[in-house]
Design a binder for this molecule. Structure first.
Ligand SMILES: NC(=O)c1ccc[n+]([C@@H]2O[C@H](COP(=O)([O-])OP(=O)(O)OC[C@H]3O[C@@H](n4cnc5c(N)ncnc54)[C@H](OP(=O)(O)O)[C@@H]3O)[C@@H](O)[C@H]2O)c1
Length: 310
């Protein structure tokens, strides 16, 4: 089969289209013929070697967590899926494998594709939407009426976080830049702060929950807009400085997203009901994975980048 791989850590140009054997199927797995693969920032971070001191990838490595496609084959021990089913799902980013024509994946990491969505749209969902869900509901246990500040609301995770927080009945305040203000408002944000025009730290206060996709200065300043005992949930490892958080009298959490087929099925029903919508930044053919990574690394993606696979 065709697959994108990198043989060494480095820049986006190291992504090459290789011929590789199709994956073997183990018990409990399904073989999916991939139609579209979602691109996440973690894909380029692993490629660039950001995590090489902590996570030992076997090179050459096929990147990619998110995929949507058709079940080709089912191993013993799999219930609920059969050849021909249209499915979507994710593998953990450090396992990778979705920038390819086929992937073998545990059946508890997939769900039936929402009928309303194309494969391109479905591939734009799993990792980013599961991250938003985990931040808002596992860590923050969001309650109706709370005030939530969502940073990078126009990004892959942010577009789902705004919609899910709104569905939960919270007041959503979101940050993005000028060109994305209308998009974020259309997703349901009650207040959108254009970070090029205003400093959120002097615009809002008494926030119950901050979803911090950015880290750094944004993370530190975010602690100052929380109410006492408010919670900052960050997506940036290693998490928030515990000493600083204690001084500021705020609580902290770090999201570590993981594949979860049952939850992907819940997302599928929200997507089929039309109350959750993917936002696509760019669609590129698999062979142009290096352009997709360059776009992701720019930090300017507006929703998700998706690769199509023939
Ligand atoms: N811990 C986990 O399990 C986990 C899971 C998923 C993602 N992540 C991490 O979370 C981060 C976000 O992921 P993502 O997929 O949402 O990224 P993304 O799609 O690349 O985010 C891009 C968006 O960020 C916005 N942005 C950039 N700087 C901003 C600022 N200063 N203020 C407000 N918005 C800003 C951009 O809007 P403008 O162009 O308008 O600036 C753009 O729309 C990444 O670092 C990713 O690796 C971690």
């Amino acid at each position: 089969m065709k697959a994108i791989r990198f043989h060494h850590y480095g820049g986006p140009d190291l992504l090459v289209l290789d011929d590789v054997p199709a994956p073997d199927l183990c018990a409990g797995e399904v073989l999916v013929r991939i139609k579209a693969a979602g691109v996440n920032p973690a894909d380029y971070k692993f490629r660039a070697g950001w995590f090489k001191d902590f996570v030992n990838l076997t090179l050459p490595f096929i990147p990619g967590a998110d995929f949507s496609g058709t079940v080709e084959q089912v191993a013993p021990g799999v219930h609920g899926f059969k050849p021909g089913d249209e499915v979507f799902g994710m593998r953990d980013v450090q396992v990778g494998g979705s920038y390819a024509q086929y992937i073998a994946v545990r059946s508890d990491a997939i769900a039936l594709k929402p009928k309303r969505l194309s494969h391109v749209q479905a591939a734009a969902v799993p990792l980013a939407a599961l991250t938003a869900w985990s931040a808002l509901f596992d860590h923050a246990e969001l309650k109706r009426g709370q005030r939530v500040l969502i940073h990078a609301a126009s990004g892959g995770v942010g577009v789902y976080a705004v919609q899910l927080a709104k569905l939960a009945g919270t007041e959503v305040i979101a940050t993005t830049s000028t060109g994305n203000v209308e998009l974020v408002r259309s997703l349901g944000a009650d207040q959108v702060i254009d970070y090029r025009m205003a400093d959120f730290a002097s615009t809002v206060k008494d926030i119950d929950i901050v979803l911090d996709a950015l880290g750094g200065e944004t993370q530190v300043k975010s602690m100052g807009v929380l109410r006492t005992d408010g919670l900052i949930v960050t997506l940036q490892p290693p998490g928030v400085d515990a000493v600083l958080a204690e001084q500021m009298r705020v609580r902290t959490a770090l999201v570590e997203v993981a594949a979860n087929g049952k939850r992907i099925a819940k997302l599928a029903s929200l997507l089929d009901d039309g109350v959750l919508t993917p936002i696509i930044d760019q669609v590129l053919p698999l062979a142009q994975a290096s352009q997709a990574h360059a776009r992701s690394e720019s930090g300017r993606a507006r929703g998700k980048i998706v690769l199509t696979v023939d």
